[in-house]
Design a protein around this ligand. Structure first.
Ligand code: FES
Length: 259
């Protein structure tokens, strides 16, 4: 590629030493950015420059860089994962930006996601919600013969769609209430839609919702920002399903005779 295509960007990046520091936006000018580089490669390029200048590099989360693990985050110009729909930060390319652009980069913000350093937040609250019920204890034995458990095609597809959630937290970061309902409902639905998930379904939904509330996530007020910002296109219909399952489980547990 000719060097004519390289861009200069004005970066405004949130810098915060630790969770106690108040933090502030710092300005950086980065020259020579290839439109073919990914957003994280652009940050790598910035960090190489900062290290060469003896400046502390910018901390940010990443792992697979393939849109699979859910580790990358970042609010880019006010949008979780940036301007491209259904795309994680690691899969976003700099060709989405123009030479001379100002790009504001901040961490995912929510009370339940405290900033650890710069652009890195602690999303351990999601792990706690999964530990509260996002699994099945049923012993399913060896792999069953194909078609020995018949599952309607529509249910199988809905379960697979819900299972696409990578737990990145964009739904929380983009919701004005910092609600985790899209994440929790996807994790509930991927099990509730399948026969193997039925055994503990009532307990699971009640435990996961209780843990979500306990950890300080807000309530859902049907803004649908979560769905719009989700890099995996998780549908808010999962929230409606979880609300129905929760209500049904709560009514059943109240109706059960006390020992
Ligand atoms: S680094 Fe794994 S999804 Fe982005």
């Amino acid at each position: 590629m000719s060097s004519d295509n390289l861009m200069t960007l004005n970066l405004k990046i949130w810098r915060q030493q630790n969770s106690k520091d108040s933090g502030k936006i710092q300005d950086y000018v980065l020259e020579g950015v290839s439109p073919d580089s990914s957003f994280l490669e652009m940050l790598d390029q910035l960090n190489e420059k900062l290290i060469a200048e003896g400046i502390d590099p910018v901390s940010f989360d990443h792992d697979c860089r393939e849109g699979i693990c859910g580790m990358c985050s970042l609010m880019i110009n006010g949008q979780a994962h940036g301007p491209e729909r259904e795309t994680t930060t690691c899969q976003l390319h700099m060709r989405k930006f123009n030479d001379g652009d100002t790009v504001v980069i901040e961490p995912f913000r929510a009370r339940a996601f405290p900033v650890l350093k710069d652009l890195m937040v602690d999303r351990g609250a999601f792990d706690e919600i999964i530990a509260a019920g996002g699994f099945t204890n049923v012993n399913t034995g060896n792999a069953p013969d194909a078609n020995s458990i018949l599952i309607p095609q529509s249910d199988a597809e809905l379960a697979m769609d819900a299972a696409a959630c990578i737990g990145c937290g964009a739904c929380v970061a983009s919701c004005k209430n910092a609600s985790a309902m899209l994440f929790v409902s996807a994790k509930v639905s991927q099990l509730a839609l399948l026969p193997q998930g039925q055994v503990e379904a009532d307990q699971r939904v009640q435990n996961m919702v209780a843990k979500m509330d306990e950890l300080g996530f807000g309530n859902c007020t049907n803004e649908a920002e979560c769905e719009a910002s989700c890099p995996k296109g998780i549908s808010i219909s999962n929230i409606a399903r979880m609300n129905r399952d929760y209500l049904s489980a709560a009514v059943k547990s109240k109706a059960e005779p006390k020992a």
